[in-house]
Ligand binder design. Structure first.
Ligand SMILES: *Cc1c(COP(=O)(O)O)cnc(C)c1O
Length: 376
């Protein structure tokens, strides 16, 4: 059995090595490291894949979120509602721009932002909602878009974990995540479902004016060479990363299918145990791309299980061990513990198992056997 890893980028690279190496060599020979043809090709291919009008590549997923908020013209004092249970980058950029983050609870089954909690948190200062498609599962976008429309709010989808997932709305229309809200963002960090070999990110929108604004924001606020109309940032995707992404984008649906197969197999082997709750999908089989496969351990010691897995050379992760509203950087007197009953409980129950497109049957069986042996 191959050594089990949380993600297995070495094995994945071996399958695409000839194409990636050749593409990288081309960039080296042409020396078009910035804004070269590889970046433009990737942008166009990703627009086609997502069915979104504009993709603006940038340096990482955190920048993507920040630039999206700058492009929307959000100003200090504006309140932005997001989930208490997500990676810190989501709330970090809100705070960094001097906006007011308003964290709300999530749903106990899907781990995604709770639309009722969003509605409760809306004030006259609320300007935007940032749903996160956590662990690869589409948030409740029908309700979120309804709430946004009713209260005249922007929706910024943090799609760092959900790229390739498809949302089917009540009318049966299918839209890829990242293209549902006013603007979407993603990360190409190596371990994400579509990852490069360094840092990268992108912003998506169907709005021509917003796309134009954001293209300037990522380029020092420049719309005409050396004319700086707005305060911008420097955030670009480089050509070497675009080469990797071009190859991996062709395989993204395949990678996500492999993840789904692994998830189904895990659930078959684990779902009958009384101490285990396997992931719940709220939509159809395209609504979850399993960036993480996350169990809830109920009525048993999650931390002891984590230790036991580590002793058996099985890596695992607790995403996330501390809710954002309890992080020192983001404490706010507006929060009441009673409003975070779900996140406060999830932090003690969740454990994410190895998940990637190269997991094989032997590895999955070994992982599940080790878990079940410990809990019995
Ligand atoms: C990874 C991630 C980000 C940040 O992406 P980087 O490329 O690391 O900056 C933002 N939000 C979520 C939910 C993420 O998982």
């Amino acid at each position: 059995m191959r050594k089990i890893q949380m993600v297995d980028l070495q094995t994945q690279y071996q399958f695409i090595k000839p194409q990636v190496d050749a593409g990288m060599q081309e960039v080296l020979s042409s020396a078009q490291f910035i804004n070269g043809p590889a970046v433009r090709n990737f942008q166009a291919d990703l627009e086609a894949y997502l069915g979104v009008k504009h993709v603006i590549p940038c340096a990482n997923g955190t920048d993507a979120l920040q630039v999206a908020m700058m492009g929307l013209g959000l100003k200090p004092g504006d309140e932005v509602i997001t989930a208490d249970f997500t990676f810190a980058a989501t709330v970090e950029v809100i705070a960094l721009l001097g906006l007011t983050p308003v964290l709300v609870d999530v749903l106990p089954d899907t781990f995604n932002i709770d639309p009722d909690a969003i509605e409760k948190a809306i004030t006259p200062n609320t300007k935007a909602i940032v749903p996160v498609h956590l662990f690869g599962q589409v948030a409740d976008m029908d309700r979120i878009m309804d709430i946004a429309q009713k209260h005249n709010l922007f929706v910024i989808e943090d799609n760092a974990q959900g790229i390739g997932a498809t949302h089917t709305d009540a009318a049966g229309t299918k839209v890829k995540t990242g293209g549902i809200g006013h603007v979407g963002s993603t990360s190409f960090f190596p371990s994400k479902n579509l990852g490069c070999y360094g840092d990268g990110g992108a912003i998506f929108t169907n709005d021509d004016d917003l796309a134009h604004t954001i293209r300037g924001v990522v380029n020092h606020g420049m719309y005409k060479r050396y004319h700086h109309d707005v305060v911008g940032v420097n955030s670009r995707l480089d050509s070497l990363q675009a080469v990797v992404l071009n190859e991996k984008l062709k395989l993204l649906d395949f990678y996500n299918e492999c993840r789904k197969c692994a998830a189904i197999r895990y659930s078959q082997l684990l779902q009958d145990h009384p101490n285990i709750e396997t992931p719940v999908t709220s939509g159809d089989c395209d609504s979850h791309v399993y960036h993480q496969y996350t169990l809830k351990i109920v009525g048993a010691d999650r931390d002891a299980l984590v230790q036991h897995l580590q002793q058996n050379d099985i890596p695992c992760g607790v995403y996330y061990p501390i809710p954002l509203h309890l992080q020192k950087a983001y404490v706010d007197t507006r929060y009441k513990e009673a409003d975070f009953t779900v996140t406060n409980q999830l932090i003690d129950e969740v454990v994410s198992l190895p998940m990637h497109s190269e997991l094989d049957e032997d590895q999955i069986q070994f992982i599940c056997k080790t878990i079940l042996a410990f809990l019995d």
